[in-house]
Design a protein around this ligand. Structure first.
Ligand SMILES: Nc1ncnc2c1ncn2[C@@H]1O[C@H](COP(=O)(O)OP(=O)(O)O)[C@@H](O)[C@H]1O
Ligand SMILES: [Mg+2]
Length: 443
């Protein structure tokens, strides 16, 4: 009986999320879509979004990388919804921990907090003490596999409706990429390997801290790691410029050092996934989603920089091809260049400057709107899958820099990262570290 009660509690938790998402959809879609000629689509979209049950937050955030797919207000509301979701109660947690670590699970801890300390998208996080060290335990809810599967099916429906509303972006590859990455997040063993990989990448760095996993008390559904103390970014909004600048520089390194040296990037620059101490050192968290790129892609990212900088059309074509864009016309290049110029321009001037010169509070909003309009005119583009996380990193970090209002010589930072770039050497380095941790290349 007890079991049934606990099980139904979880179902109610998700069912509630579902209905609230539906309610938000009713409120917001009225304004965004219903007064256009898309009534039918809006109703369908509303029903599908209302039916999402699982890691809504992640899905909503990833969807927000596709322009105009979801109204921004909707993404905001969904995110709130997730963090307000009722947590698993103590009895439930005990049962889950017993399941993961065995009957005497509590013996492994000096103490274990009954109340969760943070929400996770597939579970929740508890603080604890293990061998006199402050740790956190990220514990997954049961049955997430079927819930995530169901959501991925809903995702396909969302994209099929988007296709009817907007032809400027062919989302077929984006959809594959998002589905795959979301599924990977289920396996906490994989996440533990990713943590070890980043440990190695940043082993010499004081500025970027990576958690350490306690393998004896971790499983496929539980990650125990040391607690990294820090503050969310907003805490630093009114701090002196030198600290904001340091955070910005360290964030840049946290994302792009692994990319240009190993072809690997942390896939989720979301506010909850990093914190900073008072000195400006970064704690990088959440390794559920990382992206491993072909070395030729990394080369393509650098090639595109020089193509834009030196106005070299031939190199631009070559670069877009290595990014994975197909059938690139001259028109298309011009449009893609608008976006590329926007992203690369702060890296092109050897001077101290802000990341974005306009007063807009949303990083990239103006450039994105322009590109979107132009794409509609020429009949659309199919972004390659690699584009999703590369673009997300650029946009996510860009808005961090905007919030920090930091003035930095981005040119120097960037050139320091790429000055020794060599595709072959990167390939070898990447292979070696991935083999060491038995991580599969996901390309
Ligand atoms: N090692 C850690 N130290 C301190 N806080 C952590 C740590 N790991 C996770 N957290 C907290 O738990 C939250 C959820 O963990 P995260 O790994 O981001 O889960 P998810 O993959 O579901 O987003 C984080 O936003 C952060 O607040
Ligand atoms: Mg997270």
């Amino acid at each position: 009986m007890d079991e049934i009660n606990k099980f139904s509690k979880r179902v109610i938790r998700y069912a509630n999320l579902g209905t609230s998402a539906g309610n938000i959809a009713i409120k917001l879609f009225g304004t965004k879509f219903l007064n256009k000629e898309h009534d039918r689509n809006a109703v369908d979209l509303k029903n599908i979004l209302g039916g999402l049950k699982g890691p809504i937050m992640k899905i909503a955030q990833l969807l927000s990388t596709v322009p105009d797919l979801l109204p921004e207000e909707y993404v905001k509301e969904l995110t709130k919804l997730q963090s307000n979701a009722p947590p698993m109660g103590w009895n439930f947690v005990k049962r889950r921990m017993k399941n993961e670590l065995g009957f005497n699970w509590l013996d492994s801890f000096d103490s274990f907090e009954k109340q969760p300390f943070a929400a996770a998208s597939l579970g929740q996080v508890h603080r604890a003490e293990h061998k006199k060290q402050d740790i956190v335990c990220k514990l997954q809810y049961p049955d997430m596999i079927s819930i995530v599967d169901a959501d991925i099916n809903q995702l396909k429906l969302i994209f099929s409706i988007y296709k009817k509303i907007d032809s400027s972006i062919d989302t077929s590859e984006i959809q594959k990429e998002i589905s795959e990455r979301i599924k990977e997040e289920l396996d906490y063993n994989e996440e533990q390997k990713n943590i070890s990989l980043f440990q190695l990448i940043f082993e010499k760095s004081k500025e970027v801290q990576i958690p350490k996993v306690f393998q004896d008390i971790s499983t496929q559904r539980l990650i125990s790691m040391n607690y990294l103390r820090g503050y969310k970014l907003l805490h630093f909004k009114n701090h002196p410029h030198n600290i904001r600048k340091k955070i910005a520089i360290n964030m840049f390194k946290a994302w792009y050092f692994p990319f240009y040296n190993y072809g690997i990037i942390h896939g989720d620059p979301h506010l909850g996934n990093y914190s900073s101490d008072e000195k400006g050192n970064i704690n990088l968290l959440d390794f559920g989603c990382i992206r491993i790129f072909k070395p030729s892609f990394v080369k393509g990212v650098i090639d595109l920089y020089y193509a834009i900088k030196n106005n070299n059309q031939e190199l631009a074509v070559h670069a877009y091809q290595s990014w994975g864009f197909e059938n690139i016309s001259n028109d298309m290049i011009e449009i893609l260049n608008i976006w590329a110029k926007f992203l690369y321009s702060p890296l092109m001037e050897n001077k101290v400057r802000k990341m974005q010169d306009t007063n807009s509070t949303t990083y990239g909003a103006e450039a994105a709107a322009k590109v979107h309009k132009e794409l509609k005119r020429i009949g659309g583009v199919k972004p390659p899958r690699e584009f999703v996380f590369m673009d997300r990193a650029a946009i996510g970090l860009g808005s961090v820099f905007l919030h920090l209002n930091a003035e930095v010589n981005w040119y120097n930072l960037f050139h320091n990262l790429i000055k020794n770039f060599n595709e072959k050497a990167l390939n070898k380095k990447q292979k070696t570290v991935l083999q060491k941790f038995k991580i599969k290349r996901n390309f």
